[in-house]
Design a protein around this ligand. Structure first.
Ligand code: URQ
Ligand code: ZN
Ligand code: ZN
Length: 540
């Protein structure tokens, strides 16, 4: 666990208060460090911004990269906002100068898919809004969108429980809302979430039979409600009924290990559900977002729909782009169980096809589905793979892995890198250009990546609370050296300077760009019906 500087109390700007008070505070910190957080994590008073006030910052001489262009320019930041982006900016005193010569200055990553402190499969994901976000910042991601799980199907209760979890936030975040049951109350609450709480996307699970899974009837209701609210419908697309059959088939064959997980839910079940969701969204004529696209089968359904002009967004995740399923056959259970997630990581070949689809725009943005469980939690399924908590890490590793795999390999340009790791997410969820860009007036969420430096991934040095990492030992080119969140340098020289409570909830308005012209298409559809036919009662 990398050390975090307890800045506030040592910062030159904060006068030393009475010794007694300082001792009390240090005692509180040591208690908080020793009890809840592993060694090296130090959190200080929630409300205080720990002296991490917004700084005046000038980033000099870097190559500023946005999704639409790159330019050698300076970036001047004040009060958490990008004030100007142009060459040779002159500034006064009290401005922190960061030399970015030879480096890339890019919008901080935005991770559209995470699960922090989520109750799932008889346990809770190991990273909460403090450790998960701290890991994100160390990896160059400055915002994430997490999935609120309703409490017994109740959306408002779910929202309140997640706002409570997010009290310890150290970076900006937003919420998607899962829909796990349907009734008039849920339909009403969806309006509330959109109009009152800044949620503009809802997720429907077509798998996890008996827990989160919903029926096609509910999916149809949900798609129509999303359309009326200008909210993005998101789907976990696997045929949950067939998966249950696949699981039974494996267990009956005596296959109870992690390899059984992959064998029980083959790509065809992801392809079938993706095609079904796409056709239902086409029937309703509303945009669809397919989360964690893990296979060629699902990707080709998305490609076909987009080629036909349908508004479908495909989100591959780092694990599907980088890893293959050979790990699930690893003889050591703890090692194999690390890689159990759904849809499963696929055989080698799917990863390369997903990379190609991402580099050519068939798929639009990269998430992580960060849903980390430590080895003790994963051991819950040591006798039956159906009980292994599904999920892998990635929130800290995504920006580095995609840079190395896609840009260093020449598959993707640096402007496209920014588009798929930040800008497209901001646009789809309607928070661009406040987020996802380095433009005058944008939030100063910025990373400085040194293309000539390198990274190495290891559980021993990562910031997640998990004792394992599915990218253990991975090395590559490109290193995020500085992370600026909301105008504050929160990661520099390998040190995190974060303050619980400093993260902000980002409201996301409905009717983003994916809804532009939907009503025109509806009008054309109704005009095309050429019905009802006015028939006179036949004489007969
Ligand atoms: O399905 C999801 O997105 C959640 C439950 C995370 N777990 C996973 O295996 N993908
Ligand atoms: Zn899912
Ligand atoms: Zn997920």
């Amino acid at each position: 666990m990398a050390a975090m500087a307890v800045r506030a109390f040592c910062s030159p700007r904060r006068p030393l208060r009475s010794d007694a008070f300082l001792l009390l505070v240090l005692f509180l910190v040591s208690v908080s460090c020793s009890t809840s957080e592993p060694q090296g994590f130090c959190a200080v008073g929630y409300e205080s911004d720990c002296g991490l006030s917004s700084e005046k910052i000038l980033i000099k001489g870097g190559t500023v990269v946005n999704a639409h262009r790159k330019e050698v320019a300076d970036v001047y930041i004040e009060d958490g906002i990008v004030v100007s982006v142009r060459p040779n900016i002159k500034v006064g005193d009290h401005v922190k100068i960061i030399d970015a010569t030879g480096k890339y200055v890019m919008p901080g990553g935005i991770d559209p898919h995470t699960h922090l402190e989520m109750e799932f499969m008889e346990t809770v994901t190991i990273d909460d809004f403090f450790t998960g976000q701290a890991a994100a910042l160390a990896g160059g991601t400055t915002m994430h969108i997490d999935f609120v799980i309703p409490v017994n199907g109740n959306l408002t209760a779910g929202f309140e429980s997640y706002m409570n979890k997010a009290k310890k936030a150290v970076m900006d975040y937003g919420f998607h809302m899962a829909i796990t049951k349907w009734d008039e109350g849920v339909s009403k609450d969806m309006e509330l979430m959109v109009n009152e709480h800044g949620i503009n996307s809802f997720k429907f699970f077509m798998a996890y039979k008996g827990s989160l899974m919903i029926s096609d009837e509910l999916l149809l209701q949900g798609l129509q409600k999303c359309k009326s609210l200008g909210a993005i419908a998101m789907v976990h697309a696997e045929n949950g009924d067939a998966v249950a059959e696949g699981q039974k088939r494996m267990i009956d064959l005596g296959i109870t290990g992690p390899e059984g997980h992959a064998l029980s839910r083959p790509p065809v079940l992801e392809g079938e559900a993706t095609a079904r969701a796409i056709r239902l969204a086409n029937f309703v004529n509303t945009p669809l977002y397919v989360v964690h696209v893990m296979s060629i089968d699902a990707m080709e359904e998305i490609a076909k729909a987009r080629k036909a002009g349908q508004r479908v967004i495909g989100e591959p995740v780092a694990s599907g782009l980088i890893l293959d399923d050979s790990w699930l056959w690893h003889p050591d259970y703890t090692t194999a169980a690390k890689y159990v997630m759904s849809p499963p990581i696929r055989t080698s070949g799917h990863d390369k096809a997903l990379q190609a689809a991402l580099s050519t725009g068939v798929l639009q943005l990269v998430g992580t589905d960060h849903c980390a469980f430590n080895s003790t939690q994963k051991a819950l399924g040591s006798d039956d793979f159906r009980k292994i908590p599904n999920g892998v890490n990635g929130i800290e590793e995504r920006m580095h892995l995609i840079w190395d795999k896609m840009v260093e390999s020449g598959q993707m340009t640096v402007t496209d890198y920014v588009r798929v790791t930040s800008t497209e997410c901001a646009k789809v969820f309607n928070i661009y250009p406040r987020k996802g860009a380095i433009l005058e007036g944008s939030d100063a969420d910025i990373i400085i990546l040194n293309p000539n430096a390198s990274f190495k991934i290891a559980a021993a040095s990562h910031h997640s609370r998990s004792d394992t990492n599915v990218y253990e030992g991975a090395k590559g080119k490109g290193k995020v050296e500085v992370t600026i969140s909301h105008g504050r340098v929160v990661y520099e020289d390998g040190k995190l300077k974060v303050a619980p409570g400093s993260g902000r909830y980002i409201r996301m308005p409905p009717f983003g760009y994916l809804f532009d012209g939907i009503e025109k298409a509806d009008a054309a559809y109704f005009a095309s019906l050429n019905a009802p036919i006015q028939r006179t009662k036949s004489a007969a």
